[in-house]
Design a protein around this ligand. Structure first.
Ligand code: MG
Length: 291
């Protein structure tokens, strides 16, 4: 079915997973989780987000987590930053790559960050310029690339327009998010065709949510179309608190199982992922019991 023999996996559980879990996890437990994930040999781990503590209390210890982890050779340790202040924090903490985010949907942008897409892009251009000047690669997340909880279907042209501006400002990786997990496999054909002259499938990362139970089927189609880079979250941790009814980052374990079934290499050790997830679940149970 597929011409791809290997895919690249970015583990986003420590950031995208934990930021959306309601139980407060201790800094020590987060560090232990990331260290356990590091044993699994991911291409990249998105460690945390340098956001204001009053916006996302779960990640208020971003600097301490970055400082506390033991970095494995061969894994890139990245951090999400919403603005220049966040970038300052990420640079000081030694992030090896940063991620910025913008929505392809106008309504989602305004409800999620209280700013228009244009305003977000303007603000991000400064962040991206400084990160590139510091020689860091930059991932540009684009949310709601298939459907928005407020605006409904999002056209490939809308996605293309935002992606074009991200590339123009110096973003090195486009990461397309199906934020509410609404995609069906055919959406990948439409989406990737729309981006054709801008970015090849091999240069695009997909961030799928399994809300409707289709993330793996969508990923399989994307692989057949040439996509080789995916985000996923150990144990399927997290979702999106700003998008009603959209729990469920696609689970790393499910992606690894699919890759193994198709004979596609990931380089990731599934046993170590399972161990990391089990350990975190125990820490979450303890944290709940202590409340
Ligand atoms: Mg997500």
């Amino acid at each position: 079915m597929s011409a791809q023999r290997a895919i690249r996996i970015t583990e986003v559980g420590p950031r995208d997973g934990l930021q959306n879990e309601l139980v407060a996890i201790s800094t020590a437990a987060k560090i232990a989780f990331i260290n356990a994930l590091s044993n699994a040999n991911f291409a990249e781990i998105e460690v945390t987000s340098f956001v204001r503590a009053d916006r996302i209390a779960q990640l208020a210890d971003a600097a301490a987590v970055m400082a506390g982890i033991t970095r494995a050779a061969g894994t890139v340790y990245s951090a999400l930053v919403p603005n220049e202040r966040g970038l300052d924090g990420a640079l000081a903490a030694g992030a090896e790559k940063i991620s910025v985010f913008v929505s392809a949907s106008e309504s989602f942008s305004q409800r999620n960050v209280n700013a228009t897409i244009h305003e977000c892009l303007e603000k991000l251009s400064l962040v991206v310029r400084r990160a590139r000047a510091a020689k860091l690669p930059v991932r540009g997340y684009v949310s709601c690339v298939v459907k928005c909880p407020y605006d409904g279907a999002i056209s490939a042209e809308q996605v293309r327009e935002v992606c074009a501006q991200l590339l123009e400002m110096g973003v090195t990786e486009l990461d397309l998010g199906d934020t509410i997990g609404a995609a069906v496999p055919d959406d990948m054909d439409r989406l990737l065709a729309g981006l054709q002259t801008l970015a090849a499938p091999k240069d695009i990362t997909l961030h799928l949510h399994n809300t409707s139970g289709r993330a793996i089927a969508v990923a399989e189609r994307a692989i057949a179309l040439g996509v080789v880079s995916f985000d996923c979250s150990a144990g399927g941790l997290g979702g999106c608190p700003y998008a009603p009814g959209s729990p469920g980052n696609v689970a790393t374990e499910d992606m690894l199982e699919m890759a193994a079934r198709l004979g596609i290499a990931t380089g990731v050790n599934a046993e170590h992922v399972r161990a990391a997830t089990d350990q975190l679940r125990q820490d979450m149970v303890s944290a709940r019991a202590q409340r």
